[in-house]
Write a protein that binds this ligand. Structure first.
Ligand SMILES: [Zn+2]
Length: 172
């Protein structure tokens, strides 16, 4: 009677061990992706279905380009990069529509050249909320989002946004 009992024990071991091993693997994958999720927590890519245009430091005559251009189709949604508040919206002297928002992290974000602005100064926004539509205001014929990252939260204190965008935009 001992022999069948041993077989049963062995069968039990065989059925339990692989399950335990694969569980351990999936746990470590989850751990890694949760680290990434934590780092990106609270931020969304400012637009979607885009290609990268002129980047940080591109020559703009007397000044250099202080942001990243993200080209796309007219009407592509523009998103609040994090939960926060719209600082202002306005039409610049060159005709470009702009949105400036401040996130709850303290950083500010500048969006330019939209066809449509769907928010107002002072309005609270949540991460991923559609705040505008991509267009070519002030850049006729070149539909794109001009995006600046004012990391310190000070007006026009732009830093190269590429690292941030790579972290939060799945397509880069
Ligand atoms: Zn630009």
């Amino acid at each position: 009677m001992r022999f069948p009992a041993l077989l049963i024990v062995w069968a039990l071991i065989l059925s339990v061990v692989p399950a335990t091993a694969s569980h351990a693997v999936s746990q470590s994958v989850e751990a890694n992706s949760s680290v990434a999720a934590k780092k990106n927590r609270g931020k969304a890519c400012p637009t979607k279905n885009f290609w990268l245009g002129a980047g940080w430091g591109a020559d703009r005559g007397r000044r250099s380009h202080a942001g990243m251009d993200m080209g796309g189709k007219r009407g592509t949604p523009i998103f609040a990069i994090e939960t926060g508040r719209i600082n202002r919206t306005k039409r610049q002297s060159n005709g470009a529509l702009q949105i400036v928002m401040k996130g709850r992290s303290g950083s500010m974000y500048y969006y330019g050249h939209m066809d449509k602005v769907l928010v107002k100064g002072g309005q609270r926004v949540t991460k991923g909320q559609v705040i505008g539509r991509m267009g070519d205001s002030g850049s006729k014929g070149q539909v794109h989002l001009h995006f600046e990252y004012w990391k310190s939260g000070r007006e026009s204190d732009a830093v190269n946004p590429i690292k941030l965008l790579k972290r939060i935009c799945p397509s880069i």
